[in-house]
Design a protein around this ligand. Structure first.
Ligand SMILES: Cc1cc2nc3c(=O)[nH]c(=O)nc-3n(C[C@H](O)[C@H](O)[C@H](O)COP(=O)(O)O)c2cc1C
Length: 180
């Protein structure tokens, strides 16, 4: 598939078909994420895949219990992927401190998009979620102290073939050449 076609095909899918996702498709998405670049090649990520239905419901409940949320569609998604930050290499951490940049979050964002593009290429839909209750999910899955769930990705077959139009700033609004 042409790369820009693929990028256009990926959108935030918030309605999923009642259809199981083949594990090898998720494995291919993970492989794409594994190959993502990261500051000092730290690879500061771990992907926890939740595809067992009962556990998935428990995770969804933990993630949204007690908050009124637009993210309730998480219950319908057949697969959840938790992106958990791992310690960076010392060099990446030090560079981040000196330059006051959080490279770890950048790295995780890039890996997340690799995952989502690989999903789109295989006909799967995804949505990245940053709005969820982290603590109860950490407790449920016994995620060790200090390791944060930075992002949740839902994955499954979209319930429609229609790809919504992109709502984006124009190229002119976001670019300039040779000056600010
Ligand atoms: C870091 C991040 C966090 C996001 N969190 C949520 C979320 O909590 N709930 C949600 O429905 N969408 C979430 N989104 C999806 C964005 O709303 C979506 O990407 C954006 O509106 C552009 O639409 P598109 O993905 O369909 O092209 C998130 C996206 C990113 C990159």
């Amino acid at each position: 598939m042409d790369f820009l076609q693929l990028v256009t095909k990926r959108y935030s899918v918030r309605k999923y078909a009642d259809r199981k996702v083949e594990p090898d498709k998720i494995a291919r998405c993970i492989e794409a994420a594994r190959l993502a670049p990261s500051a000092c090649n730290s690879q500061p990520w771990k992907f926890v895949i939740i595809d067992e239905p009962e556990l998935k419901t428990k995770v969804a409940k933990a993630a949204f219990e007690k908050i009124i949320s637009i993210n309730r569609f998480i219950f319908e998604a057949p697969v959840l992927v938790l992106l958990i930050s791992q310690p960076q290499k010392l060099s990446a951490k030090l560079c981040g401190i000196v330059k006051r940049r959080d490279f770890r979050l950048m790295d995780i964002g890039i890996a997340a998009e690799h995952f989502c593009l690989a999903a789109a290429e295989q006909g799967l839909g995804t949505c990245m979620l940053g709005w969820f209750n982290e603590r109860p999910v950490r407790k449920l899955l016994s995620i060790p102290k200090g390791k944060r769930i930075e992002l949740v990705i839902t994955a499954g077959y979209p319930d429609t073939d229609k790809i919504p139009a992109k709502n984006r700033k124009t190229t002119g609004q976001i670019t300039s050449y040779n000056k600010f």
